[in-house]
Each structure stands twice: as structure tokens, then as C-alpha cells.
Ligand binder design. Structure first.
Ligand code: ZN
Ligand code: ZN
Length: 281
């Protein structure tokens, strides 16, 4: 991977809960590095095996692995990595982790060209309506990484390797191969960036991590119609708990109402008024 440390070091985005974790089920731990969440799947009271969902911001591998050691012990065994999508804030530490743990990485095939070093992501839309973060997004890395040696397709039947009881749901829009992960048994949803629980486009709200449901981060979202359909699909699941790529996990009435509101008013509240990926008809 080509690194541009000088640029990355300039990213002034660290939320106040950076580097902390919260258990949202006995076997689901949400760990926040800077502004991005990663998830540890595995119950430390019964096993030291675990699965990592997403790989956070660049230069966070040690923090993620230290947190895993704290949770699963020094002999912890990472079995696989599942990606909701391939944006830099979800794969930032992937290569560093794979250097230490040669595990399979599962993603939707529509993300593959970005994960095999073939195409770079579409450039973030810095002109989009949406405040300072959108303006800053021009310095976010979009360079494709190449993890071909580890990469596998998520099965098309929705099953998730190494995660029995979970299903992957294709939720495109924010990116073409975006997936969300859902477990029927406790209606737990890991939604990646299909929607988020913090207004990602307000630097102030990102730093304070005020909890509220919003559409996907605008500067990277390239297909708003698909993004809306994906939010409707996820609202229909009626999750009891939802954790997203950014912001804190949400439950109960705030989640249910927030999701329905977002699905019903998507065009008004989530789709920016203007931007290069926004097509008004
Ligand atoms: Zn994203
Ligand atoms: Zn993200």
C-alpha cells in the first residue's frame, strides 16, 4: 500500500470516545479508534477465537490488537476479517493487521476492484453540501489497497463465514458492495455506513458523538437512490440494537423512530441539496 503519512497525520479528526470500547452483546464488542468503529465478534468467556468487522483508520492496528488482547487474552486467535465496505476509514489498518495475522478477509465482490488494487474509489465529493468534513474529505485517501492474497467473496446465500447465526445483507449506495450484518436471534444490526448514528458531516457533532440517526456520510456516497433503498431494507428488519461505522450504538425507541424517520424522509434529510453525485429529477 502506498502510504502518505504526511497527509494522514494532518487529519484532525479524533472523537472524544476514541480508543474506547463498549460491549453491545456478550459476543459483540464495539471498539472506536479515532472516528471509526470496528467490531470484535466472539464471546471471551467461552473462547479466545474472534472475528474482526472492519479495520478502522490508518495506523490503528496496534490499538485494535491491544484491545483484542485485553478482551480475549494474549493467546487470542483472530479467525477472519469481514468488511462492510472498503473505504479508507474501514480498511485503514487492514494491511498492518494481515502482516501479523494471515487470515481470510471476506467482502462483497462489488468492492473487490478497490481491494485488489485495480481501481481507486471515486473521489470524495468535496463540493457536496455538508459542512467542514465534506470540505476536508478531499484529503481522505481513496487509493485502492491490494489484499488479493487474503480476499474471499462473502457467500451469495447471505451466510457469513466464521459467524454462525449472522447474515450479510447487500446494502449498496454508500458504496456499490456495501454490506450490513444482521443477527436474527437478538435482532442485532451492524450497519457499516448504510446509515450512521452521528451526523458525520458536522465536525462538531463528530467530535462530541451526539447520538442521532443520519443517512450515510455524504462525501463518499455515490448512489443516493440505492442508499435510500438500503435504509428502507434495514428499517424493515426492525433491529433492536444497531451499531454503525461511526457514532455510538443505539437501541429501543430512539433507534426504531430514527430509522423509520430516516427511511420516510430520506430525500429531505439525508440527500444533500447539491453535489456531484446528487441527481435531482
Ligand atoms: Zn464509508
Ligand atoms: Zn466510514
Amino acid at each position: 500500500m502506498e502510504r502518505s503519512r504526511s497527509t494522514e497525520n494532518l487529519l484532525p479528526i479524533t472523537s472524544i470516545q476514541s480508543g474506547s470500547g463498549v460491549e453491545i452483546a456478550p459476543d459483540v464488542y464495539c471498539y472506536t479508534v479515532q472516528v471509526a468503529n470496528v467490531f470484535f465478534i466472539g464471546n471471551p468467556t467461552t473462547s479466545n477465537e474472534w472475528v474482526l468487522i472492519d479495520a478502522g483508520m490508518p495506523h490503528a492496528a496496534n490499538k485494535i490488537l491491544e484491545a483484542a488482547e485485553k478482551r480475549f487474552g494474549p493467546e487470542h486467535q483472530l479467525k477472519a476479517i469481514i468488511l462492510t465496505h472498503g473505504h479508507f476509514d474501514h480498511v485503514g489498518s487492514l494491511i498492518d493487521i494481515l502482516e501479523q495475522y494471515k487470515v481470510p478477509v471476506y467482502a462483497h465482490p462489488l468492492e473487490f476492484s478497490y481491494l485488489k488494487g485495480i481501481t481507486d474509489y471515486p473521489k470524495p465529493d468535496t463540493t457536496v453540501e455538508g459542512g467542514l468534513l465534506a470540505k476536508m474529505s478531499g484529503i481522505f485517501p481513496v487509493k485502492a489497497i491490494d489484499i488479493s492474497a487474503h480476499l474471499h467473496e462473502l457467500p451469495s446465500d447471505g451466510s457469513v463465514p466464521t459467524m454462525p447465526g449472522w447474515q450479510s445483507i447487500h446494502t449498496p449506495g454508500h458504496s456499490a458492495g456495501h454490506v450490513s450484518l444482521f443477527r436474527e436471534q437478538d435482532r442485532l444490526l451492524i450497519a457499516g455506513d448504510a446509515f450512521v448514528t452521528v451526523k458525520q458531516d458536522s465536525l462538531y457533532k463528530v467530535l462530541r458523538q451526539k447520538k442521532e440517526i443520519h443517512g450515510p456520510p455524504v462525501y463518499f456516497t455515490t448512489d443516493w437512490r440505492a442508499a435510500w433503498e438500503s435504509v428502507c431494507k434495514l428499517a424493515d428488519l426492525k433491529p433492536s440494537i444497531a451499531a454503525t461505522g461511526h457514532g455510538k450504538p443505539m437501541t429501543g425507541a430512539a433507534l426504531a423512530k430514527g430509522l423509520v424517520d430516516l427511511a420516510e424522509n430520506f430525500q429531505k434529510t439525508a440527500v444533500p441539496a447539491h453535489g456531484k453525485y446528487v441527481h435531482t429529477k
